[in-house]
Design a protein around this ligand. Structure first.
Ligand code: ADP
Length: 619
């Protein structure tokens, strides 16, 4: 037996590991399994390059919990290590064994070598985060005798011969008191599934159980078979043209535990200018509150790295669900580094572009299907436009709007149909189809389309559109924002207007309301209330985002139909005992066409209506 101390660098490294793992202890599982995978692919490489004999044992990694012994063992049948290699690679942690491996076979490994390097640097030592003692038993693929390395603190170690007979390495962790939970098969399984679900070598989990004494006359029970926890060929590694819809859906169900079918998906498959594979799914969004429940899992060569890394995946895409595998990303570095990395930025831009292009293709080639998804995906698309101008520019041709008659139109189609030849183009919309039904009718009766914008994001989105498309002089107005397109040109006397303004202000007890007099195209309409669009939007936005102090007074206008007999009467007749009743009733009816009356006003309205009915029959 020989003793040694790990090179001085370990003392510097241990505190780093401890700090690093503090928040995410279970990472040791990933590190040890990854090392096993690397060892196996190194062996595979040696075989394929004629440096080692192939034996028939199929590649595998076993993770075995033994509650009685308090141990967790990771076994691989990879390249194994000789005594010198253990001392060098494990003990002198400052070196990365992988680098050495690559240099040793420089010539042959030019192409494949880079892929075999362990990605996480601090790897093996993470075992000490959960262990009182760690034992390595390893047998190299060479003739060197098997060797055992034991250490309690990661610093001092002993080396002695091992009785390991098969090629490969077994790493046994004597789990400390605090971390005994890892010996539970369920916990262990969950941890492995989290980090290793798609690693490229089959991984089996099992626990050592004491064989029960068979009862008389019964067959002895067999110990449970080790179960494979991973899928070594995740769908994203396949070529898109080799995957079926059923496979995509099945993969989605399995990975995201979502039994709602995804709407559609994008298979990312880039080799140049960077290596990137993945599948992004558009989930069916049940309501706006669950809209932010997407998850994008990031992998590095099939090794799980993290969920939802904003620095790599553009934030608005985090509403999607998916897996993205980027073998070239320096994912073990700090997030602030990723944020400023040009490569990462380009990759994020690439993903954004792909998503936009896919939406446009869906729209161009399967418009009907696309229209069906639109109600589910539009909040996401609109959010993306606001967040990222480039995304907007690209996805623009596929932005559509649902009209109140159930059609879907692009902005261009809307403008062609409704604003032909107009310099300032107005898109009319409703935010509540039921409540604004009466106002909507005023437009549709004139042959104008009204689109529906009824989600939280729409206010911001149309303000964004008006700004982005300012050269096109497009504005959005809610059906109660202006009466312009419902009225005709006509001379109106200012005196008459003033008179009516006086009467209505008195009847409504409202000094703020403006009164206008206009001939409406619809002769039967008496009056409508309009509310300034920008003021209303601003008030809605500020109250929605929590600023009640910012409330602007509504700029309201009562527009009276100059053609209507009642209005004519008010204009021409002397004021009498009915004037105020008529004004109050007209104002209330106009208000009710756009929103319910406030309680007091409702009480007055009902009382007045009852009186009018009673008078009607002369009682
Ligand atoms: P990294 O994997 O980043 O190089 P580690 O600390 O995890 O860092 O491992 C150091 C080195 O020890 C590896 O590069 C490899 O040479 C060797 N090693 C670790 N685990 C194994 C294993 N299971 N089989 C063979 N070699 C291993």
């Amino acid at each position: 037996m020989s003793k040694g101390t790990v090179s001085i660098n370990a003392e510097n490294i241990m505190p780093v590991i401890k700090q690093w793992l503090y928040s995410d202890k279970d990472i040791f599982v990933r590190e040890l399994v990854t090392n096993g995978c690397d060892a196996i692919s190194k062996y595979r490489w040696l075989v394929s390059n004629g440096k080692a004999e192939l034996d028939e044992s199929p590649e595998r990694i076993d993770v075995i919990a033994d509650k009685e012994q308090g141990t967790l063992t990771f076994i691989d049948n990879g390249i194994g290590m000789t005594e010198e290699e253990i001392v060098k690679y494990i003990a002198q942690v400052a070196f990365s064994g992988a680098t050495d491996f690559i240099t040793k076979y420089t010539e042959e490994s030019k192409d494949q070598g880079a892929g075999i390097i362990g990605h996480f640097g601090l790897g093996f030592y993470s075992a000490f985060m959960v262990s009182d003692k760690v034992v390595i038993d390893s047998k190299s693929y060479t003739d060197a005798p098997a060797v055992r390395w034991t250490s309690e603190d990661g610093m001092e170690y002993e080396i002695e011969p091992s009785d390991r007979a098969e090629r490969g390495t077994a790493i046994t962790l004597y789990i400390d008191e605090e971390d005994k939970d890892f010996l539970n098969l369920w916990t262990l399984r969950k941890t492995l599934e989290k980090h290793c679900a798609f690693m490229p070598v089959p991984i089996f989990v099992s626990e050592v159980t004491k064989p029960e004494e068979p009862k008389e006359g019964e067959e002895p029970k067999k110990p449970a078979e080790p179960q494979q926890i991973n899928d070594t060929h995740p769908l994203w590694m396949k070529r898109p043209n080799e995957c079926t819809d059923e496979e995509y859906k099945e993969f989605y169900r399995k990975v995201f535990n979502d039994f709602e079918e995804p709407l559609f998906w994008i298979h990312l498959n880039a080799e140049y200018p960077f290596n990137l594979k993945g599948i992004l799914y558009f989930p069916r969004i049940k309501n706006e509150f669950t809209a932010s429940e997407g998850v994008i899992k990031l992998y590095n060569n099939q090794v799980f790295v993290a969920d939802n890394i904003k620095e790599v995946i553009p934030e608005f895409l985090l509403l999607l669900k998916g897996c993205v595998d980027c073998p070239d990303l320096p994912l073990n570095v700090s997030r602030s580094f990723l944020q400023n990395d040009g490569y990462v930025k380009k990759m994020a831009a690439y993903i954004t572009r792909k998503v936009a292009d896919r939406l446009v293709t869906e729209f161009n080639t399967k418009r009907e299907d696309y229209q069906r998804y639109w109600d589910d995906i539009h909040p996401f698309v609109k959010y993306g436009c606001i967040k990222d101008e480039k995304f907007y520019e690209r996805v623009k041709p596929a932005l559509i709007y649902k009209t109140t008659s159930g059609e879907y139109v692009t902005l261009e189609e809307y403008l062609n149909r409704n604003c032909e030849g107009e310099e300032n183009k107005t898109v009319y919309y409703a935010s509540d189809e039921k409540r604004q039904a009466q106002m909507i009718r005023l437009y549709t009766d004139q042959g104008k389309d009204v689109i529906l914008l009824d989600t939280l994001i729409d206010n911001n989105f149309i303000s964004f559109l008006e700004y982005s498309e300012r050269d096109g002089k497009i504005s959005f107005k809610r059906v109660d924002a202006a009466a312009d397109s419902l009225t005709e040109e006509g001379e109106i006397s200012e005196d008459a207007r003033k008179k009516l303004e006086g009467l209505f202000r008195k009847a409504m007890a409202d000094e703020q309301v403006d009164v206008q007099l206009k001939p409406f195209k619809d002769e039967g309409l008496i009056a409508m209330i309009t509310v300034d669009e920008q003021n209303r939007r601003f008030t809605e936005m500020s109250s929605r985002w929590g600023g009640p102090d910012m409330k602007l007074p509504e700029k309201r206008t009562l527009v009276l139909n100059d053609k209507h007999p009642l209005v004519k009467w008010l204009k021409d007749a002397e004021e009498n005992e009915h004037t105020e009743t008529v004004c109050a009733q007209v104002a209330d009816l106009a208000e009710m066409a756009r929103q319910p009356l406030v309680a007091d006003r409702m009480v007055d309205f009902l009382k007045r209506s009852n009186q009018l009915l009673t008078e009607l029959i002369g009682k």
